[in-house]
Structures are given as C-alpha cells and as structure tokens.
Ligand binder design. Structure first.
Ligand SMILES: NC(=O)c1ccc[n+]([C@@H]2O[C@H](COP(=O)([O-])OP(=O)(O)OC[C@H]3O[C@@H](n4cnc5c(N)ncnc54)[C@H](O)[C@@H]3O)[C@@H](O)[C@H]2O)c1
Length: 307
C-alpha cells in the first residue's frame, strides 16, 4: 500500500483519480481549498486536508505529516475567463503553488510527481495532430502559467532525485465536471438538453476539439505515477477531432430528441481546429483511451439525469 498525496482531489478530474487510487488499495490524502471542488466529491476513505497551495507552510506541513510515496498535482485555477481578468491569480495558484509543492516534495524526498498540464500550452497549431514537440504559444495567461509550471517540474527533475511527469490534457469531460472548465461545453449541452431548452453554439459549430473521457484521463495519471520509466511531458487525448455540431448531434441522440441550435458570433481568439496525438504516452506505458465518445456521452448524460 502506498500513500498518494493528491492536490485538487475534490475537483472534477481529481475525484476520479482518488476513487481509482482507493480502489487499488492506496492510502489517499486530498489537499484542496474547495474553490471549485466539493467535499462531497471526496470518498470517505480519503484523508482530507483543507488548505491552499499558495500557502507554503500549509502545504509543506501537510506533505511532511503524511510522508507520501507519490504526489499527483491537479489543483489549479483552470478557468480561461477569470485567467484573462485576473492573470495574477493564475500566476499565484498555477506557478507559485506548483513551486511550493515541488519544494515540499524535495524536502520530503518524495520521488514521483505527476502534474496536470493542458493543451492550452500550444495555442494555434498549423499542423495536426499536435504532438509534444509542436510549438508552444499559449493564447491565455492560463496556458502561459501551465507552460511555466511544466518548466519548473522539469527543472526539479534535472536538479534533484525526483521523477516528474507533466500531462497535457485535451478537453476532458464526464460526470462531476463544472461548466466553466475546459470541456464545459458538454456539461452545458447536457443540462440545456435535459431542461428541454435550445442549445446555443458560438460560431458555425464546425470548430473541432479533442474530447477525452475522465476515467481514461484518471487511468493515464495513475499509469504515469506507477511506471518508473515515464518522465517528461506527454499529451493525454483521444486523438480524435470532433466538431461542436457533431457533439450536439451525438448528445441529442443520447437524449432521444432532436435539438436545433442557435448560432451566435464566434468567441474571440477561439482556436479553429485542435486534436492531440497521444502516441508518446502510448509508447511509454501502453496507455490508450478506452471509452468512445458515444459511450462517454451516454455515461455523462446519465449522470446529469440522476442529479
Ligand atoms: N477539465 C479539463 O478539460 C482540463 C483540461 C486540461 C487541463 N486540466 C487541468 O487538470 C487539473 C484538474 O482540472 P479539473 O477540470 O478537475 O478542475 P477543477 O476545478 O474541478 O479541479 C481543481 C481542484 O483544485 C482545487 N483548487 C483550486 N485552487 C486551489 C488552491 N489554490 N489550493 C488548493 N486547491 C485548489 C479546487 O477546489 C478543485 O477541487 C487542473 O490542473 C487543470 O488545469 C483540465
């Protein structure tokens, strides 16, 4: 049995990671300040420490007290809107918070550190699918903060005996997602369709995204923690391009009704097409996503029906 320390474990992706860790018999410590995460997302078996990663003393004290074998870092300010309004908050939570955690890991001799990054580090990419060696030109302070955090975790791996992994998630979706996060469009569509309302699409709906189911992402996180040969930066994606129109059609089928969307003006600065290759992670770990979009959307819709 290992002790795994999970920041952001009360959040959308974190809660799925925590469930999987507990299911395989690990002891789990969740460190979260509950800004977007919910206490009800955390299974009873996990130890909960309420704290903020911006607070250096609090995070160091928690790591020293629980002596984790591995650290999974998912806590972040991950909403693009607030990132544009208050870029200093991304800097503090996503960069400074990561440095605080790295320092805590170093002082505690924790040797495995897996951290969430994002496809937002790439910005517009001419060549698809996007690979880990594609240009990184983030279009938001959020993407910039994630890129800087990646640099920190990699420099700690060069400086100290700590294996660090940065996982660049595509658009993650599934149960427990909040509306404002990166693949929030699926949550919004589910709730709109279930309320019998007309969904609205920004732009012509032909923009494409790479949607990856949360359980597959949780598995990629745990595989990266387990597998001692994995180090560096990896995409976690479905490697499939899906347009917003296709997505709505699929969800309408799942809901058993047809919905005609209202089309509005495109969102300023929106990327037109995006999908990511996961071949690098597959080569290192054998990981590949197992849940198809149809299956994942059915599970997600079912969750919102029960809510
Ligand atoms: N959801 C996606 O599509 C997506 C895509 C790419 C990357 N990511 C990254 O994955 C990670 C998890 O994202 P998510 O979608 O689960 O978001 P989320 O908002 O559901 O989870 C983040 C968690 O971190 C906690 N948190 C936030 N600030 C904190 C702080 N200062 N101190 C302690 N805890 C704090 C929140 O309360 C929440 O429980 C984030 O790092 C995010 O940037 C998510």
């Amino acid at each position: 049995m290992q002790t795994i320390f999970v920041t952001g474990g009360a959040g959308f992706i974190g809660s799925h990671v925590v469930e999987r860790l507990l299911a395989r018999g690990d002891q789990v410590v969740v460190y979260d300040n509950f800004t977007t995460g919910l206490p009800s997302n955390v299974p009873e078996k996990a130890v909960v420490v309420e704290g903020d990663i911006r607070d250096k003393e609090s995070i160091e004290e928690a790591v020293v007290r629980h002596q984790p074998d591995g650290i999974i870092h998912l806590a972040a300010q991950s909403k693009v809107g607030p990132s544009l309004e208050r870029p200093e908050e991304d800097l503090e939570v996503n960069i400074l918070g990561t440095v605080h955690l790295l320092e805590a890991a170093r002082k505690n001799n924790s040797s495995h550190f897996v951290s969430a990054s994002s496809a937002a580090v790439y910005g517009h990419s001419e060549t698809l699918p996007i690979t880990e060696s594609s240009d990184t030109e983030p279009l938001s302070p959020y993407g910039t903060s994630k890129l800087a955090a990646e640099q920190y975790i990699q420099s700690y791996a060069r400086l100290y005996p700590i294996r660090t992994v940065g996982l660049r998630f595509a658009n993650v979706y599934g149960p427990r997602q909040t509306m404002e996060t990166e693949a929030g469009v699926i949550t919004i569509f589910c709730e709109t369709l279930l309320a019998g309302k007309q969904p609205s699409i920004q732009g012509d709906g032909e923009q494409t995204r790479d949607f990856v189911y949360v359980e597959d992402v949780a598995e990629a996180v745990i595989e990266s923690l387990n597998n001692e040969s994995v180090q560096g930066i990896f995409n976690v994606s479905s490697e499939t391009e899906t347009s917003i129109n296709e997505l709505l059609l699929e969800l309408s089928r799942t809901a058993g009704r047809e919905f005609a969307p209202v089309y509005g003006p495109p969102r300023a600065g929106d990327i037109r097409h995006s999908f990511l290759s996961y071949k690098r992670l597959h080569k290192e770990t054998g990981w590949s996503p197992e849940v198809s979009l149809t299956e994942g959307l059915e599970k997600t819709m079912e969750y919102y029906k029960q809510k």
